[in-house]
Structure formats: C-alpha cells, structure tokens
Design a protein around this ligand. Structure first.
Ligand code: MG
Ligand code: MG
Length: 315
C-alpha cells in the first residue's frame, strides 16, 4: 500500500471486476456510476469521512461534519449533471462515543438534506476503532456529463474560488488561541463546504465534461486531461484569487497560486463548454481552454509552463 498511489490502486482493483450488465452506462472511473433504468439515467456514488484521515474530532463541530458528509457526496452527483435523490448511511464508532455527538452530526445531516432537497432513507451501524461516516448516494440526470467529454476548442469554466479550504485547514492546524473573524471565515470554507448544486442546470444542459474540485484544481483537471485526451491551458490572470486567500498568503508569506492550483476540498465545479455556448455561462470564471494534445499547462503572459498535478490523495 505504501508504494502505490490512490489512483493506481483503484485501477488495479477495478480491473478485477467486469461489468456485464448492459443497462450500466458508466461504471468505474468517473464521479458517479450511471445506470439506465427504464429510460431514466440514475447516478450512484459514495464518499466517506474517517476520523483521523478526513477530519479531526476536536477540530470540526459535529453539525459541520454532518453537513460536510452530505455536501461532498452531492458534489459528485452535480459534477455528472444530476440532482441528488436518495441516500443510505453507514456509520461506525468506538463504544465510548457520546450519543450527543452522533445526534449533532445528524442535525447537520438533516440541515444539508433540507438544503439540497433529497432524502436519507436507511443505513447501518457498527463498532470500530475510529469514527466513520460513509454515505451512498443516488441521483438523476437527463444527460450524463462525463470527465471524458472535453473537446478541443472548449472553454474551461470554474464556478468559484479554490484554495480557501486548504488555507482554512492550515489555520485550524495552527491551533491559535484566538482567531480573527476573517480567519474564522477561511476555516469555515474547510469545515462547511457547499456543493454547487446551483450550477446543476448549467452542467446538465451545456457542459461537455465536468469534475468537482475535491483533490485540488490541478489534480482534478489531470483527470479531465487524461480522460478527455486533450491539452489543457490555464490562464493565470483568469484564475480567481479570493481576497481572504490573498490576505492569508500575505500574512504567512505563501504563494496564493500554490493554494489555488493544489489545495483540495473546495467542492467547486470545473467544466468545459463549446465556444458557441460559452456566452450562455454567467457567474463562472473562464479560466482556460482545451486544445489538441496532452498535458496541463499554465499560461502567464506569453510563457507557458507545464503543471504536474499533485492533488491530495487519501492513501
Ligand atoms: Mg469527484
Ligand atoms: Mg468525491
């Protein structure tokens, strides 16, 4: 396990499974799987929050944890052009876990279910050495939007700022006695992200390809680049820099683009659209374009540099 990355491991394991069911439209390798059920495209996905590797119990409120569990799952459904429908939860925890902690997590879950308008309809509990919340989610779309659909000439759009969650996490880990208001705001981008369900109609209608930014913009664009078989050019001056990230980077002498390109868990969407349809897009940032070829590049004035995706891997 130490010598193999998350994505190589996934490839190794999934190659052992073959899907023989012809109603399966998309299997492994995208944000969701997709099955055609009587003409309806149903999406399936799951995502997990494990104490120690995804969250630290003393660093996130249980309500925020519940909200985050739901949001990270909705994000994958929306990235495929869908709306969430039903979900199941598996929870595991040590026996000394306080019931009030679990209740508070469920309060956060309930708030998120109401916000995103879908249901949690079942689940499973077990004992474990650390706290685990695993959500299985389904959704529905009129058109499955894959990672592989990007075309040469497409414009690349990003729905919001990236890098904030990582800056927030770093602030949290500094364990300061007191945080200023703007620092608290940055931390909340990490502890309480919101999936961009507001962009679902746009993605479903117009996007050729889409992915949610969970592992870092560069890392996630690496999947688009490989699966769409295109070259991606990011235009540095078009990458949005949030004023709070600027403030953070000034104070701690960091390069904001390190955060914007490589910081994970922002749950923004990045999608590509043909030039003709790009005019329809409002409130998203045109951050680059797709060309014939391969690789991910950053264009700064007249210079172009390759970017090597080093998005966060969970192993
Ligand atoms: Mg995803
Ligand atoms: Mg995910």
């Amino acid at each position: 396990m130490e010598h193999i990355g998350e994505f190589d491991l996934i490839e190794k394991l999934t190659s052992l499974i073959d899907i023989k069911d012809s109603s399966v439209v998309v299997g492994f390798g995208d944000d969701c799987a997709c099955v055609n059920i009587n003409g309806k495209l149903i999406l399936f996905s799951s995502d997990i929050q494990i104490e120690g590797s995804h969250f630290l119990k003393e660093k996130i409120s249980p309500e925020d944890l519940g909200w985050k569990l739901i949001s990270v799952n909705v994000s994958d459904i929306v990235a495929c052009g869908g709306l969430p429908k039903w979900s199941l939860i598996s929870i595991a925890f040590p026996k000394e876990t306080e019931i009030s902690f679990l209740e508070d997590v469920y309060k956060g879950i309930k708030k998120a279910l109401d916000f995103y308008s879908f249901s949690l309809i079942g689940g499973n509990t077990a004992k474990a050495n650390q706290i685990v919340f695993d959500l299985f989610i389904t959704g529905e779309t009129k058109r499955f939007v894959p990672r592989s659909g990007g075309k040469e000439g497409d414009i690349l759009f990003l729905t919001g700022h990236t890098g904030l969650s990582r800056a927030g996490l770093e602030l949290l880990l500094m364990e300061k006695k007191e945080y200023e208001d703007w620092e608290k705001q940055l931390i909340s981008f990490h502890t309480k992200p919101t999936a961009r369900i507001d962009f679902q109609p746009v993605v479903e209608r117009f996007a050729n390809c889409c992915i949610d930014v969970s592992d870092g913009l560069a890392g996630d664009l690496g999947h688009i680049e490989k699966q769409s078989k295109v070259k991606i050019i990011l235009e540095k001056e078009n990458l949005p820099v949030h004023p709070l990230l600027e403030k953070f980077c000034k104070k701690y002498k960091k390069d904001p683009y390190e955060y914007i390109l490589f910081g994970g868990e922002d749950y923004q969407l990045v999608f590509s659209i043909s030039k003709e349809k790009a005019k329809e897009i409002k409130n998203a940032y045109p951050i680059g374009y797709l060309e014939k070829g391969k690789g991910l590049f950053l264009k700064e004035k007249k210079n172009i540099y390759p970017i090597f995706p080093k998005g966060f891997q969970h192993i």
